[in-house]
Design a protein around this ligand. Structure first.
Ligand code: HPA
Length: 252
């Protein structure tokens, strides 16, 4: 992985990675606080493969926080304060386009943000200026994405190395018409937590990439399979794949 120093790698675990079993030498979790309040849960420090990592559960212990209730600013700020320069965000998503089949790992390269009403910027100063406009043309850090793709391949997976990540507000799933619209917009996958997390990471100067696992076909694409049943059937293997991918990615 393209890292300049020995800074810990931040990992934000989601529905597809509730805990990190491979974390050894885990130190006492720190209850990092930030000017924006506490993060979703304690930061778990430890080593994974050959790297120091700092793990935070996006939905908090017990998966209590719905996507629109997550304090994205606190999570990103806590990881930055812990010394992280790079963040790998794990996400469970629905597949919209045909190649995004259930179980597939996707390293998206673009985002369309449909979320609303979330605290989405660190730049809250009413007298802020032009510097507040971060360049978000390429929302994910390309070298980190490439490292994840290589890690997935080394783990024997068949990752989709690009894709447009549509981020909805949730917590409900989408209607079939909303998914049709998202496909017309160019979205390949749909999730609820990718924003404002990615933009906040950019504002904080962190390299950020997403490792998504498709856990269901998006609404209207399932051919009759109940979405929740599909998620349940896919999630366990997805978690195993993501852990293997991380173990292959981190030593690089
Ligand atoms: N839609 C939105 N978010 C999701 C989905 C979905 O179908 N599956 C997992 N997260």
């Amino acid at each position: 992985m393209a890292v300049q120093d020995n800074a810990p790698i931040g990992i934000i675990g989601g529905t597809a990675l509730a805990a990190l079993a491979g974390l050894d030498d885990a130190q006492q979790p720190s209850t990092a606080d930030t000017p924006f309040g506490p993060p979703s849960g304690p930061l778990l420090r430890g080593r994974l493969a050959t790297r120091d990592v700092c793990f935070v559960m996006r939905h908090g212990p017990g998966h209590k926080l719905a996507p629109h209730r997550i304090n994205y600013r606190a999570n990103i700020r806590a990881l930055a304060d812990a010394g992280c320069r790079q963040v790998i965000a794990i996400a469970a998503v629905g597949g919209i386009t045909e190649p995004m089949r259930s179980g597939r790992i996707v390293i998206p390269d673009q985002i369309i943000d449909y979320s609303w009403g979330r605290a989405h910027s660190f730049y809250d100063d009413p007298d802020g200026g032009v510097l507040d406009h971060i360049d978000f043309t390429t929302p994910y850090a390309t070298p980190l994405c490439e490292a994840l793709i290589r890690g997935a391949e080394a783990a024997g997976l068949d990752p989709a190395g690009s894709g447009v990540h549509g981020v909805t507000q949730g917590p409900r799933l989408e209607t079939a018409a909303e998914i049709d619209r998202m496909e017309r917009d160019g979205c390949d996958i749909v999730g609820m937590t990718g924003m404002p997390e990615a933009a906040l990471a950019r504002e904080a100067g962190l390299d950020y990439a997403c490792c998504a696992v498709v856990v269901n076909k998006a609404a209207g694409r399932s051919g009759g399979t109940a979405i929740h049943a599909e998620i349940e059937a896919t999630l366990a293997q997805g978690m195993v794949d993501i852990e293997r991918l991380l173990e292959q990615t981190l030593p690089q």
